[in-house]
Design a protein around this ligand. Structure first.
Ligand code: NAD
Length: 502
């Protein structure tokens, strides 16, 4: 009997009633390790009702008390870090140290959200007019939804839940059906930390559950992270239904390598950023753009030697640099892309297709793959592969490298490796991308700055975490007040012109 994963509603685990389930796999072996219930429209509506009832009191709790719940939650997660990381790794396929990073980067946003008392402070203008004061306050939206991808099953749910809950909202989290166990356990830990039952609910599910959230009147905002076609669908549907939405999509992150770069560091960082987590990161580097033939030749050689030493294996094996892909379909997609790249005429320097991990022959492993002389007309350049495949697109000069990054339809992250401050500055100012690394391969901003891609990597006006997240999860109310002075006097009578502050 495989483990059955239901939902987390009203502060407890509940079994699904829809009769529909999805398999949760062990990607190392390709076998089913659990089944997850897929929520029906009615089950989602019930979770929303529970959340709406719990939100009223939670919103009335002062922000410092809400922050204390978050602080306690951080301690509980840290106590359970090892078990959570192994659980996450077992469903996703990333290594245990990488899984700890996933949880840690989520906790950093919870730490940031404990600043809610400060972040929710409004503005105050005294004597804005004669005897008139004006002040603003930030109020929660009500019930909000978080819809998250498989590749960061701890970090992204926590990026959503931290600011939303700290601001006084209740949340329905719809995590990926591929690796639902960690989001479920995190919700349980929130309740152990003192979060009132019903404030955070997890509904597992697929399109039916998502559509139920998008069409329910009580859901006031939708935070989504996943692939671009779904991000576009969710953004247009949610906004058409009058909801606030921020939807983050796919990526094709470039790393520009200038002739003056530290090439050993660039090669080390490229291997980590290209192949870490089997390339299943939205901030993975998937295109390296060396400037000049000499830089390109040297870089390819350095990459080849490093790739030779990479160890791909079971995600719980301490020797593995990276583990399997998340699903059979993911492996198939990556293998297809490698074939497409070959047919398109790219130079296949390292072919990862034949990799077999001893003892795990049915696991969804793909070896590190390197294509050289990739050009902008190729599909392997244009499309997100989301696997351990790195492309080299050679250019002759800096302006051409900048143009490549700027003309790509995605604009999530980008990096430049150089020793020149002037080049780096120019690049940071002119590149058309949301997050920029200077000699930093994966420039995921720290929690108190914001995270968000441009172009077809992000839809909506505000970013994730940092000050933007509190703006996204609150609405501003502005109060203009005056008080009668002393004894009641004679009213000046009605005025029929727009009030001005005299
Ligand atoms: P996905 O788009 O398949 O799924 C994301 C979420 O949407 C899941 O909860 C899923 O159940 C739901 N979903 C899937 N199909 C749906 C449909 N037809 N209608 C409604 N909901 C649907 O993405 P994924 O495979 O889980 O994650 C990988 C993708 O996420 C990659 O493209 C990656 O670049 C992207 N990603 C982006 C960021 C970012 O911040 N920009 C971060 C992480 C991942």
């Amino acid at each position: 009997m495989v483990n059955r994963i239901g939902h987390f509603i009203g502060g407890e685990r509940v079994a699904g009633t829809s009769g529909r389930t999805a398999d949760v796999f062990d990607p190392n072996t390709g076998t089913v390790q659990a089944q997850v219930d897929l929520a029906s429209t009615d089950e989602v509506a019930h979770a929303i009702e529970v959340a709406a009832a719990a939100q009223v009191e939670w919103a009335a709790t002062n922000p410092q008390r809400r922050a204390r719940v978050l602080a306690k939650f951080i301690a509980l997660v840290n106590d359970e870090m090892e078990d959570l990381a192994r659980l996450l790794s077992a469903e996703h396929g990333k290594t245990v140290p990488d899984a700890k990073g996933d949880i840690q980067r989520g906790l950093e946003v919870i730490e940031f959200a404990t600043g809610a008392p400060h972040l929710l402070k409004g503005e105050y203008s005294t004597a804005a007019g004669t005897g008139i004061d004006v002040y603003s306050m930030r109020q929660p939206l009500g019930v909000v939804a978080g819809i998250t991808p498989f590749n960061f099953p701890a970090m992204i749910p926590l990026w959503k839940a931290g600011p939303a809950l700290a601001a006084g909202n209740a949340m329905i989290l719809k995590p990926s059906e591929r690796d639902p166990s960690v989001p479920m356990r995190l919700a349980e830990l929130f309740v152990e930390a003192g979060l009132p039952a019903g404030v955070l609910n997890v509904v597992n599910g697929d399109k039916e559950a998502v559509d139920a959230l998008l069409h329910h009147e009580e859901i006031k905002a939708v935070g989504f992270v996943g692939s671009t076609p779904i991000a576009e669908y969710i953004y247009s549907t949610a906004t058409a239904n009058g909801k606030r939405a921020q939807c983050f999509g796919g990526a094709k992150n470039h790393m520009i390598v200038m002739p003056d770069a530290d090439l050993d560091k660039a090669a080390d960082d490229l291997v980590g950023a290209g192949f870490g987590s089997a390339g299943e990161r939205c901030m993975a580097i998937s295109v390296a753009v060396p400037v000049g033939e000499e830089t390109a030749n040297a870089l390819v050689e350095k990459l080849r030697t490093r790739i030779d030493k990479l160890r791909v294996g079971h995600c719980h094996d301490a020797d593995s640099d990276y583990g399997p892909l998340v699903a059979a379909s993911a492996k198939e997609r990556v293998l297809d892309y490698i074939e497409v790249g070959e047919k398109e005429g790219a130079d296949l320097v390292v072919d990862g297709r034949d990799l077999v991990v001893e003892g795990y022959e049915d696991g969804w492993f793909v070896g590190p793959t390197l294509f050289d002389r990739v050009t902008t007309d190729m599909r392997i350049y244009q499309e997100e592969i989301f696997g351990p495949v790195l492309s080299i697109a050679r250019v002759d000069e800096y302006e051409e490298a900048l143009r490549l990054a700027n003309e790509h339809e995605y604009g999530n992250g980008v990096a430049i490796f150089t020793r020149s401050g002037a080049t780096a500055r120019d690049f940071a100012a002119r590149v058309n991308t949301g997050m920029v690394g200077v000699n930093v391969p994966i420039p995921v901003p720290i929690a108190y700055h914001t995270f968000g891609g441009w172009k077809r990597s992000g839809f909506g006006d505000l970013n994730q975490h940092g000050p933007d997240s509190f703006r996204f999860y609150t609405k501003t109310k502005t109060v203009t007040q005056t008080w009668p002075a002393g004894e009641a006097g004679e009213s000046a009578g009605s005025s029929f012109v727009i009030p001005t502050m005299d």
